[in-house]
Design a binder for this molecule. Structure first.
Ligand code: C2E
Ligand code: MG
Ligand code: MG
Length: 560
């Protein structure tokens, strides 16, 4: 082949390569300083810039700002040494949209070995990147709320610890748990429960200042990580408490689900730390302990971890074991406290549970009832209490002077919400041939926060069988007038906290008078609880109260 022919063959081959490369790739050529000297059509198409706009500029024109400075520094270092660089770059087109390109940059030298040009070939990998990003996002986020999940948390904690060390500042965790979630989920169904969790996530987003992390740990548990707080512990604590209190206040407001007003509070545990070498699991453990303490303190509480908590938690665990044993060994019994009329004649009794501990002696319910409720043991204990009360009514039914006396039994929310609660009561009434009108069930206001209509249906079923319901500790919950209007109650029990200072405190007296008036209009009986003195009794009587309970008439006793 002659030289002319050879040359034309090579030219043809090169032209073919160019066509093939142009068809497949985004191509640009720059001079040694990075100034663009050539772009192909694909480059213009993807960057939305014309060749005229690109030629003479540098690649800075399509810089997305997504890569850290050292990324390009490293790239330049490689190609300036005459080596090929390969990597994935995120660029920004003229319209501001991001796109990803898989890039190969080939440095081209002249015959003297001097770097003259850079030849870059790119392929569009945006689609692949987007699906990768999506998969990564899904792995690190909770599908329901869109919040980061537990896996994300580990990364976040590491980051926070590093930052805290670097800046010598405090960081904190707020662990949150909804107070009423299980109840809502059980009564309104999972769909509504899911909706509530989404609402809670939104509330958290509105309460936590940026740039901090809110993580859904699972179920109704959330974690807020606050970083770069003050170097001073007390000031850091104040900031965290402010955020936690804001969350508590927001979540304590009623929400609407399916046009129903529901109420879920939240308890929070806080752990503040600095330069911690503790593994992330330990950090979480301390926040969890504080949360446990907060829940133990009652609903809607915020607790900051302190070292004494660990001891208390161990003691609680021991109490749980002891309670389980006590249930098996039948160590619970009932004391009865009389309820009298204005003439001080006994009209009934309230059954109050006691734990006869083999070493500690008589233990009052305040020391164990909350834990029994939370652990689920309340179902067994509650059944025992109801059985003992029905047995007592049966025995009294045989004695003329006791046959008309009622027994009021305290019912926990967990017991009442159990689907077969009404069946249990009916079974016991039948077994002990109890006159149902003598068995009063004492409920508390919190029972109606979640599913008032379902609760009413359950109450009505038992009312049809002749049972009566009282609202215990009235005035200490939300005391919504709406409840009073629609709940089929027959009695209100004014909480002891109002009766206590009725003689000295005008406000308490006014509240009691209002409750009495309200009850009169709604045709409800009223029992004033915690009457301790003659003056209290007189004042209540003069205000129209007709039933009374308290140490003034008699303490709870084993035998009546
Ligand atoms: P409660 O139902 O409001 O019961 C009244 C509480 O006030 C009783 O405390 C009673 O001993 C106390 N009390 C009565 N009169 C006076 C008084 O004049 N002065 C003072 N200072 N106190 C008075 P107790 O027996 O310690 O029970 C506390 C709470 O434990 C009860 O409050 C009730 O909520 C709960 N409880 C008691 N027994 C049971 C039970 O069998 N099941 C459930 N779920 N809860 C129970
Ligand atoms: Mg009671
Ligand atoms: Mg009470």
């Amino acid at each position: 082949m002659d030289t002319q022919l050879q040359f034309s063959k090579i030219s043809q081959d090169l032209e073919n390569y160019k066509i093939a490369i142009d068809a497949h790739s985004i191509v640009a050529v720059t001079d040694a300083r990075g100034v663009i000297t050539h772009v192909n059509k694909k480059f213009c198409d993807i960057s939305k810039y014309s060749a005229k706009e690109l030629i003479g500029s540098t690649h800075q024109i399509i810089n997305s700002g997504c890569h850290p400075k050292h990324f390009f520094k490293q790239m330049w270092k490689t190609i300036a040494q005459g080596e090929i660089w390969q990597g994935e770059i995120c660029n920004r087109n003229k319209e501001g949209e991001l796109y990803w390109v898989d890039t190969t940059i080939v440095p081209l030298k002249d015959e003297q070995g001097v770097l003259r040009q850079y030849f870059s070939i790119r392929t569009d990998i945006s689609q692949l990147k987007n699906s990768e990003d999506h998969a990564r996002y899904m792995a690190l986020h909770d599908e329901l709320t869109g919040l980061p999940n537990r896996r994300y948390m580990q990364d976040r904690i590491r980051h926070v610890l590093a930052k805290s060390r670097e800046n010598d500042t405090h960081s904190a965790m707020i662990m949150l748990d909804l107070d009423n979630f299980k109840n809502i989920n059980d009564t309104l169904g999972h769909e509504q429960g899911d909706r509530l969790l989404r609402i809670v996530a939104l509330c958290l987003r509105s309460c936590v200042p940026q740039p901090n992390s809110i993580i859904r740990l699972g179920g109704d548990e959330f974690l807020v990580i606050l970083s770069d707080l003050n170097a001073d512990l007390e000031l850091a604590k104040q900031t965290v408490l402010k955020v936690a209190n804001k969350i508590t206040a927001t979540l304590n407001k009623p929400f609407y689900l399916n046009k129903q007003q529901i109420h879920t509070g939240a308890s929070s545990g806080i752990f503040v730390f600095k330069n911690s070498d503790l593994p992330e699991k330990e950090l979480l453990k301390y926040a969890d302990m504080a949360l446990y303490q907060a829940k133990g303190n009652g609903k809607n509480c915020v607790c900051v971890f302190d070292p004494a908590m660990e001891q208390r938690i161990l003691a609680k665990a021991a109490l749980m074991t002891d309670l389980r044993r006590a249930l098996q060994d039948d160590e619970f019994l009932l004391h009865y406290q009389k309820i009298v009329n204005a003439e001080e004649q006994t009209i009934g009794y309230e059954a109050l549970v006691r734990w006869l501990h083999p070493e500690k002696g008589l233990v009052m319910p305040s020391a164990f009832i909350n834990d029994v409720e939370k652990s689920g043991m309340i179902h067994e204990l509650g059944k025992k209490v109801l059985t003992m009360a029905c047995q007592q009514l049966y025995e009294w039914s045989k004695l003329p002077e006791y046959a008309q006396l009622s027994i009021s039994v305290n019912i926990s929310i967990e017991q009442f919400n159990k689907p077969d609660f009404d069946e249990l009561i009916i079974r016991l009434i039948n077994t002990f041939e109890v006159n149902p009108s003598l068995l009063r069930l004492e409920l508390t206001e919190s029972m109606f926060y979640a599913d008032m209509h379902g609760s009413i249906a359950k109450m009505n079923k038992l009312i049809q069988r002749g049972l009566k319901f009282s609202m215990d500790d009235f005035g200490t919950g939300y005391s919504s007038l709406n409840y009073l209007k629609i709940l089929p109650l027959s009695q209100l029990k004014i909480d002891r906290s109002f009766v206590e200072n009725i003689v000295e405190n005008k406000r308490d007296f006014a509240i009691v008078q209002t409750i009495l008036n309200l009850a009169l209009i709604l045709e409800l009986d009223v029992v004033a609880e915690g009457v301790e003195t003659e003056e209290q009794f007189q004042l209540l009587k003069d205000s129209g109260c007709t039933a009374f309970q308290g140490y003034y008439f008699g303490r709870p006793q084993l035998t009546v």
